[in-house]
Structures are given as structure tokens and as C-alpha cells.
Design a protein around this ligand. Sequence first.
Ligand SMILES: O=C(O)CCC(=O)C(=O)O
Ligand SMILES: [Fe+2]
Length: 329
Amino acid sequence: MSTENTMAELAKESRMGAYGEEVHRDIPRIDMSDFRARKAEITEQLWSAATDIGFFQLTNHGIPQPLVDEAFAISAAFFDLPTATKEAMPLKPGTNAGWEYMAQVRPSTGTADRKESFQITLPRMDGLWPSESDLAGFRATMLAFERHNWSLAMKVLSCFADKLAFDPNLFVDGHDPLRPEYQSTLRLIHYLGMEDAKPEDFKFWRAGAHTDFDCLTLLHQKTGQGGLQLCPFKDSEGRAIAWTDVPPLDGVITCNIGDMLMRWSDDKLQSTLHRVRMPKPEEYLGPRYSMVYFAQANTDTMLTGPEGKYEPMTGGDYIRMRLGANYRK
Ligand SMILES: O=C(O)CCC(=O)C(=O)O
Ligand SMILES: [Fe+2]
């Protein structure tokens, strides 16, 4: 993407901070069971969702629910650690690794998201894991959970490879987790509870409107902790903006296409604007936890579209270009 395109992208995001209207839309739900036998059928469903609304929800996805539950529990325990302990694992700008507190400022809102997060990008974790005495089992659980998410993301991406007439291994090789160039990220998020918040705090966002930078996002939400809303790309081009709730459902993983895959697919796959709104006063006001896996092509993977619409670019250059705009210096 050229600099002009990036700036146009940011200008577009900066108009997205308003609350806007809400409308119901069906989010396609896709059953991943018996994947190898049903791959052709699953591929059609994924393609239809990803070229249209850009969001879909996976059921029977193969990530064991006890592992998801354990990851949520230990993520909450991590955020309960003393601030000084978390401060010893700081996010280094541009690395997607480490802990941050209210540091992510979205171009759409110009204010910091009301959250803290801990990001795990495997080759960059030296000195950033909590010790076993601080939080026993954290690293082992997160390593297992990360790899399960990678595996599911690769299944979904392999379906897109078929439709894009890419080499069947292109995405798996391009996200090889055993290489130092791996830059996919698992992000644990704790959105701050609003029980004691001042009325003016409610005008902020838990996560301001944005598109993701990555290829594919897998989002784990907790039932009862809603707030995610999406606005399909088609409606965001100066036409009326209408936002659609994506309620959390047990056993379901919500997925969306990110900008990197949109570019890599010559814009066939749609990266869709989304945000996390504040609870309304009558809703659950407690903290909200989510866990998000961002599949991002390795830093040395060349993003070359099927029809060559864009100049080829490496995954590393692409992420660097996008990260600069999103964190406080
Ligand atoms: O927490 C959520 O539900 C969504 C988070 C998100 O969109 C992001 O971190 O990119
Ligand atoms: Fe996102």
C-alpha cells in the first residue's frame, strides 16, 4: 500500500468515531466439523462470508473448550498480578509483545482504548513471560492455546488458498511458527470494569473503531460480556454507517479478515470495520475479557496478489507501516 493509500485509510478511520445507528445483520455461522471430508463445502461458506460481510463464526472448530476456559481463567489471573509485576514485562513499541495499559490510541477516536492487554508473539518473548512463582502454568497454557489457534487459522486460510488458486501450502509456509520471522500474535485483553466509572467515562470506547492489520483474526469472547460491533466495509464509504452487535456465544469463535489478507487477495476478501462499545447503564458493567489471535504473515513472507493488483510487499514491512499509527510514542 502506498503512503497516500495509508493516509486515506486513516482519514476514513478518523470519521468512524461517532456512535452511529445500529442494525441487525446475520453473521454467517460455519460448522468446521469433519473438516477434511467437508473441505469443499466449508470453503464455499467461508468464501461467501469473507467476500461479503468479512466476519463469520466457527462452530465445532476443534479447539477444546476446557483449554479455552483455562486460558480465560489464567488470563484473568495475569491481569490480577500487581502492577509492578506487569510493568516488568512492558510492550516494546512495534513488537506486539508484552503488557500495556491504556496505551493503544485508535485513529478513529484519538483516545486510548479503556483496556490493558498482554501480547504474545513467540519469537519476541525473551524476558516477557511471568515467572512460574508469579503465575504457575501461564506459559504452558498460552503456548498450547496459541498453537491451537494457529492450527485453526491455517485450516481457514487453506480454504482461501484454494479459492485464490494459491499454492495449497502458501499460507502455512507464510505463517511458519517455528521460524524467527513468525509474527502472529495472541493478545489477551482486559477491558476495565465500569462499575465505579464516572458518567463522562462512558463516552470513551473499550476499543475504538478499526480494521485489523493481519490476515485473519480469531476472537474468543465470554458469554455475557458483549460489546463487539461490526460495520461492513460496503457501508463505510461515506454512506450511512450502521453497526451490528456480535453477541458472544459459547463454543463459538468469531473471525474476521484483516487488511493484510485483503491486500494479499487483491481486495477479494473484505477487512471489516469493528469496535467494542461501552456497556449501557442497564447492562453488565463488570470487566470484559477477550482473547484474540492475529494470524500475520511472517516478516519475510512476500504478499503477492493473484492478479498483481498491488506492489508485492513483505509481511514485516506491512505491519511496520500499520503499527506506527496506533500506539502512543
Ligand atoms: O475484544 C474484542 O471483542 C475485539 C478486540 C479487537 O477487535 C482487537 O483487539 O483488534
Ligand atoms: Fe480488531
